[in-house]
Design a protein around this ligand. Sequence first.
Ligand SMILES: *[C@@H]1O[C@H](CO)[C@@H](O)[C@H](O)[C@H]1NC(C)=O
Length: 376
Amino acid sequence: MTTGRSRCVALFVLVAVAAQAASAVVSDGLLPNGDFEQGPDESQMKDTRVMSPNAIPQWEISGFVEYIGSGHTQDDMILPVPEGARAVRLGNDATIRQELCVIRQAYYSITFTAARSCAQAEALNVSVTPDFGVLPIQTVYTSSGWDSYSWAFKAKHSTVWLSIHNPGHEENPACGPLVDFIAIKALHPPHHVQAGNMLRNGDFEEGPHIFPDVPWGVLVPPMSEDLYSPLPGWMVLSDTKVVKYVDAAHHAVPRGARAVELVAGMECALVQEARTVPGRAYRLSFSVGDGANGCEGTLGVDVYAGQTRATASYESRGTGGHRRVELDFEAAEGLTRVVFHSSNYHMKPDGTLCGPVVDDVSLVPVHRHAARRLRM
Ligand SMILES: *[C@@H]1O[C@H](CO)[C@@H](O)[C@H](O)[C@H]1NC(C)=O
């Protein structure tokens, strides 16, 4: 461990010696000034632009960063900053960063809320060295224009810098995403599969922070296969689309507190691989339903277990409910890929994307004669 590098490390050492790290290490929830309610002094601003690197308490900025209050207007457009809230806008090549005390080798997820302010394809590069993720934010999944995004990392050190950077280069330097409400949550990835399920985190109970007062869930963006997932056990495969992580406080979920809504049609797949024995019979079962968010119609989920494919449909009135689906298959390989995607695109009455909710995915071996009996 590097010594004396920061207040953070020193504190951590002290507290770790006392075998009680909790007070020094960042705790789950909003980061210090993660909602930007504390802003710069007038003297450190030029109009809305923040002029000094340390002007925003707890944060360090570089590049064209603006500090925006609610109802701020620009080019006759009212920026969609929620009532009473304050946010930062990251212009071309702008970065905000905060130093965090974390537990080395532990996994964390970051949740933040962002809105695009111009029409361009916008993206944000979220990083904790050496990990980074370039999160596409051009598709809007809410009617307010604000979406919450998640990203995960594994801490390589006990002090890390979390950075959010706008890699864009637009002609209008003020064009860039608004960012607000940045939170962290320690992840406890189920390394070992639990008894009775060959899949990890099949009930989706482990996942990124969901803000109690934010009703629209958290988007889990696509990640390359070698990166950490904010939904432990699961990968999200897509070019630019996402799945939505929803909670029982704001949505109907089949069981427990959390589930996944497949909001991006066929363009995004939720994937997990399990070790299987070629030739052996298995049963994949899961719940499919609707989130009680007005997503009406025949919601279909295309599911793959290796080379076996099925479509499960659910008649939704948009008011919540689910059914259980089972798929029996024989493994062809030593590794079986379980894949879910929505069979179609669906929209809520407000015009935003929605889809089937998936929960409680389980994979178990079945006895051959049992499987045979089912087939009769
Ligand atoms: C994202 O940020 C990290 C950390 O600053 C950097 O190493 C990486 O090259 C960036 N990636 C892109 C695509 O901008």
